[in-house]
Design a protein around this ligand. Structure first.
Ligand code: B12
Ligand code: SF4
Length: 343
């Protein structure tokens, strides 16, 4: 039913065409239909949550800001290729993160298009980067995928603070779509955690970001792992500004570090680690080699990452510095600035 329109608008060819066609307003989205749409678009698993879910109260104002009238979340999972993520060759692991990010963003984009075409308002915030950098160093993400996935029943956060899917484990990426309609069935949280509490993630993290009790030092993680993102890039630029001349700059930053920064700026920003995901044996599709031979699994997956000669980035006087120097004396520990002011 249209508003009463002024004659100038009512006579417009577009308006006449639209007024003459029969339209039915879409109702509540059928969960089984939507699940099929998501799987066909490339998701490996999907589940739904309501914006009214009290577990997701933290997301409400943010998603309302992005899509006013959001009623439901669509939570997607895409598996990554396991041995790529596990490889000590960082170029291989990074390529896998980037490609999987493209796949999940493409799937989310297709699903959004389908929803739009049947008459819903929907959007897909970036699964990975870019994000809302005006808010940096605060919350730059539109929606936090982990709590939505947990509330929808796609997994539970393990000791490593990543969501572990009951079948695929945690070598996965997540995405969340927003839609302005209710969905006929919402997921329920799992009644167990797939995390085995084996603590391989604690042993693997080179800067000690993951604590045995499940605490997470996100500054330690972001200073090292995100050396070629946001704050790390700013510190690199500060180092250029602070250097007396080229020779001084080259004494502070190695050729390899400069070339790596160039790669991150030219192609896509590269992570330094993600060893917590790599070593995690949880999940029905992942666990068998670990159950068959736990020592063998550690030699094959954990040890090469621990043995890898690489530079670890830490803040001065930090627990991360102490941990890196004590646990990994064969790695080069480099003190840097976080590049972030006013946290
Ligand atoms: C911010 C962020 C980070 C930050 C903080 C991590 C964190 N635990 O929150 C840093 C830079 C450290 C990071 C690192 C990584 N991330 Co990240 N990250 C995100 C992001 C954008 C939001 C995370 C979030 O929801 N945080 C809020 C709550 C839910 O997290 P939390 O663990 O309960 O709480 C911690 C943080 O809030 C942190 N914190 C508190 N206040 C503040 C303030 C700021 C400004 C920041 C940054 C953090 C922070 O401390 C809390 C206690 O540990 C999401 C993408 C998205 N849009 O959701 C990806 C995401 C969580 N990351 C992901 C991945 C894969 C990684 C890395 C493996 C990156 C890599 N490729 O190397 C590492 C793993 C680190 C780890 N073990 O957690 C995946 C996880 C997939 C999964 N299986 O769950 C996500 C979902 C991206 C995706 N599309 O799949 N990440
Ligand atoms: S590596 Fe072990 S302790 Fe860490 S998240 Fe995976 S199952 Fe849990």
């Amino acid at each position: 039913m249209m508003d009463k329109l002024p004659a100038r608008l009512a006579d417009h060819p577009t308006v006449r065409k639209v007024a003459s066609r029969k339209t039915t307003k879409p109702g509540v989205i059928d969960a089984a239909w939507l699940r099929q749409v998501c799987l066909e678009a490339g998701a490996d698993d999907v589940a739904f949550a309501s914006v009214d879910n009290p577990e997701l109260a933290s997301e409400r104002e943010h998603v309302e800001g992005a899509l006013p009238g959001t009623r439901s979340f669509i939570s997607l999972v895409v598996k990554m290729n396991r041995d790529n993520v596990r490889s000590p060759a960082r170029s291989v692991a990074n390529q896998e993160f980037h490609r999987s990010g493209e796949l999940i963003n493409e799937a989310a984009h297709r699903i959004t298009r389908t929803l739009q075409e049947v008459g819903y308002r929907a959007l897909n915030p970036s699964a990975t980067f870019p994000m809302e950098m005006d808010n940096f160093p605060g919350r730059i993400w539109v929606v936090a995928h982990k709590p939505v996935a947990v509330a929808a029943g796609l997994g539970v956060m393990g000791i490593d603070r990543n969501v572990i899917h009951p079948r695929f484990g945690n070598i996965i990426l997540l995405a969340t779509l927003l839609v302005d309609s209710q969905i006929s069935a919402y997921g329920e949280p799992l009644d167990y955690s797939p995390c085995l509490e084996c603590k391989l993630c604690v042993a693997a993290c080179p800067v000690g970001a993951i604590k045995k009790n499940g605490d997470f030092d996100f500054v330690a993680c972001s200073v090292h792992n995100y050396r070629e993102f946001m704050g790390g890039f700013t510190d690199w630029a500060q180092t250029i500004a602070d250097s007396d001349d080229a020779a001084d700059f080259r004494s502070r930053v190695s050729d390899s570090e400069n070339a790596s920064m160039w790669q991150s700026l030219s192609f896509k920003a590269n992570y330094k680690a993600a060893y917590c995901l790599a070593v995690c044996p949880a999940g029905e599709e992942v666990i068998e080699p670990y159950l068959e031979n736990r020592k063998g699994f550690m030699d094959l997956v954990l040890k090469p990452l621990q043995d890898k000669k690489e530079t670890l980035y830490v803040l001065t006087n930090s627990e991360a510095k102490e941990h890196a120097e004590r646990r990994f004396p064969h790695k080069n520990v480099k003190v840097v600035d976080s590049g972030i002011r006013g946290r």
